[in-house]
Design a protein around this ligand. Structure first.
Ligand SMILES: *[C@@H]1O[C@H](CO)[C@@H](O)[C@H](O)[C@H]1NC(C)=O
Ligand SMILES: *[C@@H]1O[C@H](CO)[C@@H](O)[C@H](O)[C@H]1NC(C)=O
Ligand SMILES: *[C@@H]1O[C@H](CO)[C@@H](O)[C@H](O)[C@H]1NC(C)=O
Ligand SMILES: *[C@@H]1O[C@H](CO)[C@@H](O)[C@H](O)[C@H]1NC(C)=O
Ligand SMILES: *[C@@H]1O[C@H](CO)[C@@H](O)[C@H](O)[C@H]1NC(C)=O
Length: 285
């Protein structure tokens, strides 16, 4: 049966049990509507730029949880109630998990924020807004510098024929995150050339074709692991956002985003918040 005929057949036979399955909850591997994700991220951006939470209210699940720097808190005391002038926003879409990741910079805030939003795959409502919120005294924090480095980079959508599989993208991110606690993990990272790391406002790139991400990677592999990982994966962006507890650095709240191009690591962006402790800002890996 052609796709068109099948579609017509399904429309005409709403009583068939297998047709009913189309309206059942999404299962792992199923896709969710990109437009649903775009509605959520647009409302999120409107909320952050105005500080008016009402933009999000109609989209929230009754079970909505708000997480900031790895702690569930009342959204009323969160950053979303503060209007920020946004100088940069980029959203990645995970159609399998029905989730988004947004990177935000407000130079005047000053804030650099990473936010994962998960939708309930049954209702399409927002189940959680999970943010890593960095500001003055966060690790290597300087929003103006971060903004200028982000603006110097190019993250075009990857042509369909050149996309890496989500498992490959996630494995690359996980291998990188494992380097602190696993002596061979670095061997599993598909290092690319050029490759640059933007850690807070520190940039390893020199704009050279041979820029490498390996200088300064952990040499002590006996540190505490990076735990409680949450992932948002976008094959069209070649990226995985991983939020975690940075246990080896005072349980800091951490965001790492990795972008692969042609199977190789091209960009790493990090945000790390240590509860506003000043000593966090100057610490090194
Ligand atoms: C988000 O970024 C896009 C450009 O990438 C811009 O058009 C839009 O206005 C930005 N949204 C907000 C709320 O700043
Ligand atoms: C917040 O947004 C809602 C809906 O968009 C609007 O009705 C309300 O007046 C706004 N509140 C403030 C304080 O601007
Ligand atoms: C909310 O949580 C309860 C208890 O875990 C669950 O039974 C219910 O289905 C959830 N509702 C939604 C809309 O997610
Ligand atoms: C951030 O970096 C810019 C550019 O290097 C510099 O001019 C500015 O003083 C820095 N801001 C802070 C708060 O350190
Ligand atoms: C350490 O990393 C390697 C990848 O090189 C992986 O094969 C191995 O399973 C990891 N070990 C542990 C304990 O996770």
């Amino acid at each position: 049966m052609s796709k068109y005929l099948l579609h017509a057949f399904l429309l005409l036979t709403p009583f068939l049990p297998f047709n009913h399955a189309l309206t059942l909850p999404l299962h792992s591997g199923a896709t969710c509507e990109k437009s649903l994700l775009q509605t959520a991220s647009t409302a999120y951006l409107a909320t952050q730029s105005t500080g008016n939470f009402t933009n999000l209210t109609p989209l929230l699940s009754p079970n909505f949880t708000y997480i900031e720097n790895n702690k569930a808190i009342a959204h009323q005391s969160g950053i979303l109630h503060k209007a920020l002038k946004l100088d940069h926003n980029r959203t990645n879409y995970d159609l399998v998990q029905c989730a988004t990741y947004t990177e935000l910079v407000s130079a005047s805030g000053p804030y650099v924020i990473g936010t994962q939003i998960f939708l309930d795959t049954t209702s399409g409502q927002i189940r959680s807004v999970d943010s890593i919120v960095t500001t003055t005294n966060a690790w290597l924090f300087n929003a103006t510098k971060t903004l200028s480095y982000i603006r110097s980079e190019s993250w075009p959508e990857i042509p369909v024929s050149k996309r890496d599989k989500r498992e490959v993208i996630q494995a690359a991110g996980d291998a990188y995150m494992d380097m602190w606690s696993n002596a061979t993990a670095h061997l599993a990272v598909p290092w690319g050339t050029p490759c640059v790391r933007l850690e807070g406002s520190a940039y390893t790139g020199k704009g050279q074709p041979d820029d490498s991400c390996t200088p300064g990677i952990p040499s002590n592999h006996n540190q505490k692991p990076n735990t409680r990982r949450r992932y948002v994966i976008d094959e069209a962006m070649g990226s995985v956002s991983i939020f975690c507890v940075w246990e080896h650095m005072m349980d800091a709240a951490d965001s790492h985003e990795f972008r692969l191009e042609g199977g190789k690591l091209r960009f790493v962006h990090t945000m790390t918040e240590c509860g506003g402790k000043v000593y966090c800002s100057g610490i090194s890996l």
